[in-house]
Design a binder for this molecule. Structure first.
Ligand code: F6P
Length: 405
């Protein structure tokens, strides 16, 4: 066995992030001069299919014709992957569901010249699944169906795959990955797997090529030093949003994540307007800290009316939780979830943008940039500058940039 070469076999139900991970992994390996190719069964099926194969019954395990056709596709890709590694290729990624034991046995029987690493992607978060399916059904193969019918059809396809799904367990080398949280839930590696540390470390790294982290523009509440609430942008806030839009007009920003609050969405609108193809995705996870009984009060009022809140917060700002509200400590879980969702939903674009709030942005920054907990609530988050963050396996960059007003 040549231990320079490797087969990676993706496993998982449709819409679990397999192809996104495969393509990011390929990009990472190629960047490091490890020649890698993806062999995707879905792409080949669409190319060679005698007809449109998007209808659900095509995936019914009892549909002999469908089964035979998909087997044929799998065999062609297995052969292509083998040929690739016989040549100068170093890593061949078989990107397909590969959920049945039968299919994985066949792969193991046929690919004997190099080690095989199975990567199983699991993610049962219904909201993420729904968003992934929405993206899938926008594919031209569903263009003959309405959105609802396409979604029903895709869900039925998933059910058929579910009926033959056996999770990886007995395979010699495997990683089970929670593809939303980049967490390895189980792994078994018995062979000497080339590039293993690089691949494993890559799978658990939150990768952002260019994340532009912006705080919303000035609001009426900001002027009065009031916290929380759902105030809109002032005239100056709108000017800030326009200025931001101008400074991003020559960059491609396909997706802007905001909170569900008016001020972040209002800041996003002008930016979207100057982009060709851009969606705004408001996530609850990026809402500002809930200051409970102090919502809508000014800092001055808090000091006067609720001195206990003022003093306790001053003492330990990170761990302090507002009565009936949140603290930095209790926001962590939801903000982390928001980051994972944003990274997952944006697939693999060059640039993504998050427009958040002061406390939320501090938490987002501390996700990528190490800070002691007690320092997090004091991270500098101005309204006339934004953070440019790059966080990959090979590069970390944090830059505070001023935009032209
Ligand atoms: O003042 C704006 C604001 O976003 C408030 O809504 C929020 O409560 C506060 O900043 C968070 O900052 P700090 O934790 O420093 O009070």
């Amino acid at each position: 066995m040549n231990n320079n070469k490797l087969y990676i076999v993706m496993v998982g139900l449709p819409a679990r992030g397999k192809s996104t991970i495969a393509s990011k992994l390929k990009e990472n390996l190629v960047k490091n001069s490890i020649k890698t190719q993806i062999f995707n069964n879905g792409d080949l099926r669409r190319k060679l299919g005698p007809e449109n194969t998007s209808y659900p019954e095509f995936y019914d395990p009892k549909n002999r014709e469908g089964v035979e056709f998909r087997e044929k596709i799998a065999l062609i890709n297995i052969k292509r992957a083998t040929d690739y590694l016989k040549g100068t290729g170093r890593v061949a990624i078989l990107d397909a569901t590969n959920v049945s034991l039968k299919r994985r046995k066949k792969i193991t029987e046929l690919l004997t010249d190099h080690a095989i690493l199975f990567i199983e992607c699991i993610n049962d978060d219904e909201e993420i699944l729904k968003a992934s399916i929405d993206r899938k059904v926008a594919h031209p193969e569903f263009s003959h169906l309405g959105r609802e019918a396409a979604t029903r059809s895709f869900r039925q396809r998933i059910n058929y795959y579910q009926s033959i799904y056996t999770p990886v367990e007995k395979e010699t080398n495997f990683i089970k990955l929670d593809s939303l949280y980049n967490k390895i839930s189980d792994e078994e590696v018995s062979d000497d797997i080339p590039y293993y540390d690089r691949i494993r470390d890559f799978l658990v790294t939150d990768t952002v090529k260019n994340l532009f982290l912006i705080r919303h523009g000035e609001t009426y509440f900001n002027l009065q030093n009031r916290i929380g609430g759902n105030s809109g942008l002032t005239g100056d806030g709108k000017v800030q949003a326009e200025a931001l839009a101008q400074s991003f007009r020559n960059k491609k920003v396909p997706v802007i994540f905001t909170s569900k609050k008016k001020r972040t969405v209002q800041t996003a609108f002008p930016i979207k307007r100057l982009q060709n193809d851009c969606v705004i995705i408001p996530l609850e996870e990026f809402n500002e800290i809930n200051s409970g009984v102090c919502e809508c009060m000014s800092y001055e009022e808090i000091r006067r009316k609720t001195p206990h809140v003022y003093l306790s917060r001053k003492e330990d700002k990170y761990n302090y939780i507002y009565p009936e509200g949140e603290g930095y400590v209790s926001m962590k879980e939801r903000v982390d979830r928001g980051i994972k969702k944003a990274l997952y939903l944006s697939s693999n674009p060059q640039n993504i943008m998050i427009i958040g709030h002061r406390a939320v942005n501090r938490m987002i920054l501390s996700h990528f940039l190490y800070r002691r907990k007690e320092d997090v609530p004091y991270i500098y988050v101005p309204q006339d500058k934004f953070y440019h963050i790059v966080a990959t396996q090979d590069k970390k960059l944090f830059q505070l940039k001023k935009y032209n007003l």
